[in-house]
Write a protein that binds this ligand. Structure first.
Ligand code: SF4
Ligand code: SF4
Length: 406
């Protein structure tokens, strides 16, 4: 576990701990295939608490590049709703630009060749072959609350290995059991949890960001998930995946003893995910299977595809995302020097180490347009030239929250 907040702390902390504690994990062959799997389940900026922080991805990639690895990929099977609407979350979050900056590849695993594995009740569903075949698989979840599972960390993040909507749908029934089933087949070599800015409340996509300044690293996803529960002051009996792991006797006394004795230095009291009345009624364990059966009908899929139907589902809490087609188109940034107090916060948040705010207005800079500097500036001195598109909707909910906690 390391404490880190600014980009230089994240990069130096990751470098130090990977070198000192996890040397054995890294292959000798510089041509080994390395898959980094962040959590990019929606198009929400990492500073909202929803997706993995690009500064952490950059820190891991820089470490791997420094070791000479030549075959690095960032891969994630983003939420099926975005996939169905042909919206590229990887592009929207500028993960493609980050990958280009470092000269590595990136892939939406929804379009991968599937390898069929077994889930509950004899169901077989396809996971991306990259997840099975990688010589080194680094799982990089975000720490966040999850209204169905209680919390989403290492174990839940592997659901993004499923290829496309059809395979994701097949596994949604008996979700906790199937999350464990996927973890039985796919075993990442290393887990690096982004708890720099986490999410509390109605996660995974409607909660609130909470600045927790922490990164967890380890090789046992069950242990890390338990420790994260303690970190958030969550009873693990309310976390579906851990309840199932306990039932299957994967976690037992040794785990609980270790966690009890583990010194967290600091811990937080995350607000639990409380769904609205309608979503809470439908998602109760007794009724959820009927809702899932209805969700797989043609009529329901048609309703979801209409704008009014989508808005209705979002408002009732039955759907966590809105799928806005309008893209962001940035032609540059400007800095209002009269407003700027030279706090240097923008520089602390830049994944690609730009010298901010000075370099921001230079034409040939290497900005990837992640918007982190724009979102954290306490004086609102950074302005975006162009249109914000889908980001405008996020800002309505998160603009002041993000500025307040960062
Ligand atoms: S965060 Fe805003 S106020 Fe602070 S240095 Fe950057 S531009 Fe200036
Ligand atoms: S300059 Fe700002 S928008 Fe550009 S990469 Fe850095 S933080 Fe992101």
């Amino acid at each position: 576990m390391i404490k880190a907040s600014a980009v230089n702390q994240i990069k130096s902390g990751i470098h130090k701990i990977l070198t000192r504690k996890f040397n054995d994990v890294f292959p000798n062959d510089i041509y080994a295939s390395i898959l980094i799997k962040p959590n990019l389940n929606s198009n929400m900026n990492a500073l909202t608490g929803n997706t993995t922080d690009l500064r952490l991805c950059a820190a891991v990639v820089e470490f791997l590049k420094e070791r000479g690895y030549r075959n690095i990929m960032i891969g994630e099977g983003t939420n099926s709703g975005f996939y169905r609407n042909q919206i590229s979350v990887i592009e929207r979050l500028r993960v493609d630009r980050l990958a280009k900056f470092y000269g590595i590849s990136v892939k939406d695993l929804n379009y991968s060749d599937p390898v069929r594995i077994e889930f509950e009740d004899g169901v077989k569903a396809g996971v991306a072959k990259e997840c099975i075949e990688a010589d080194l698989f680094i799982n990089m979840p975000k720490l966040k609350t999850h209204f169905e599972m209680g919390m989403s960390v290492c174990l839940k993040n592997l659901m993004g290995c499923l290829v496309g909507q059809e395979n994701k749908k097949k596994t949604h029934q008996a979700l906790a059991a199937n999350i464990l089933n996927i973890n039985k087949k796919i075993k990442p070599h290393l887990h690096i949890v982004d708890a720099i800015i986490s999410m509390e409340g109605l996660g995974p996509t409607r909660g609130k960001p909470i600045h927790t300044d922490t990164i967890f690293l380890g090789t046992d996803p069950y242990l890390i998930d338990l420790i994260c529960a303690k970190f958030a002051s969550f009873d693990d009996k309310n976390i579906g995946t851990l309840v199932e792991a306990h039932r299957r006797e994967i976690i037992g006394h040794q785990y609980y003893n270790f966690v009890n004795e583990f010194n967290l230095e600091s811990s937080f009291h995350f607000e639990p995910p409380q769904p609205g009345k309608i979503a809470g009624f439908i998602h109760s364990p007794k009724r959820q299977k009927y809702f899932l059966a209805m969700r797989n009908t043609k009529f329901f899929n048609f309703l979801c595809s209409t704008e009014i139907g989508g808005q209705l589902l979002f408002k009732t809490g039955l759907r966590q995302d809105v799928f806005i087609e309008d893209e962001m188109e940035v032609s540059g940034f400007s800095v209002n020097r009269e407003k700027c107090s030279n706090c240097t916060k923008c520089q602390d948040y830049c994944p690609v180490d730009m010298k901010l705010p000075d370099q921001l207005e230079k034409v040939d800079n290497h900005c990837i347009e992640c918007l982190y500097c724009f979102m954290v500036c306490p004086d609102k001195a950074i302005e975006v030239k162009g249109k914000l598109g889908f980001v405008s909707e996020q800002l309505k909910q998160y603009d002041s929250l993000v500025r307040k906690i960062t």
